[in-house]
Design a protein around this ligand. Sequence first.
Ligand code: ATP
Ligand code: MG
Length: 353
Amino acid sequence: MRRCMSTPLIAILAGDGIGPEVTAEARRVLDALGLDLTFEEALVGGAAYRASGHPLPAATLDLARRADAILFGAVGDPACDTLERALRPEQAILGLRKELRTFANLRPARIFEGLEDASTLKPEVARAIDLVIVRELNGDVYFGEKGRRTNAAGLREGHDLMRYDEDEVRRIARVGFETAAKRRGKLCSVDKANVLETSQLWRDVVIEVAADYPTVELTHMYVDNAAMQLVRNPGAFDTIVTGNLFGDILSDQASMCVGSIGMLPSASMDAGGKGLYEPIHGSAPDIAGQGKANPCAAILSAAMMLRHSLGQAAAADRVEAAVAAALRAGVRTPDLGGDASTRAMGDAVLAAL
Ligand code: ATP
Ligand code: MG
């Protein structure tokens, strides 16, 4: 926890579409815990663009910087699709990640009791999923040198440089080991070291860092094999640590194994333990304003915030147990095959608390 002397400040950036609907339920759950927290809200995304002409206004960025943690909803607004790129809602989340230097993206994927039928996998395979993907978020091909040119043969050519330096690998490796140490003690580092120089450096550095974590069992896997194992035997994974590109792909793949996109939270952490917490889903304009959105991912994101930024692990456990209990009681939003509204799902979680 960053400011242990005063009440932690939570920035609520609800955003667009279903963002405000699901974030409101997460906020109700946080309020019900009776913790000493202060909240401040600000506009972001399309909502901010309409109010101020920019998707990430200075006041919003200032609040995000001042806050101890950020609870983020979603950004995205079809009405803004024709705007120039810098003004589009999606630029707000990219800008926040960059400004806040959140380099570690934690995506837990586990299946809640009774939701096996919503998974794309066989129930007995789905039931075993309880893993976390630790994805590097500030490097790799996304941020390496890029370019387009016409080459000597007169052909159009494009390139994106894959690069990591050892410090970048070391800091994400540490997050991987710390995460595994708090779980079942198994870390699988995913790379493509048989063909990529970047991956060979990655593997060397991960092995060096392993010396500091003797209780964690480290394995290495090539990314193609990892993609296969994730759908073949996902129960074998505990913690996966990987680069930006591989993590992007593997974490979307993992999300479909556990049922609905409306169930998955995420955390993006900086070096000091500050984090931005958001459901992995987007603003879902197709169902916005209809009270149909599943708020569980937002509520579980709030639980991650309690655990990772606020030093409130017991409260986080309570929230997760309440979500599990509400689902076990059969309360489900339409994405899970039920007919409960967003508010009713939130009510059920509150009742279970
Ligand atoms: P983004 O680019 O912002 O990630 P996206 O285009 O990937 O957005 P989403 O907004 O995540 O799309 O929506 C994808 C589909 O999932 C939509 O049909 C949407 O209705 C559904 N969906 C997303 N989130 C939820 C939720 N919380 N509850 C129910 N359905 C959801
Ligand atoms: Mg998406």
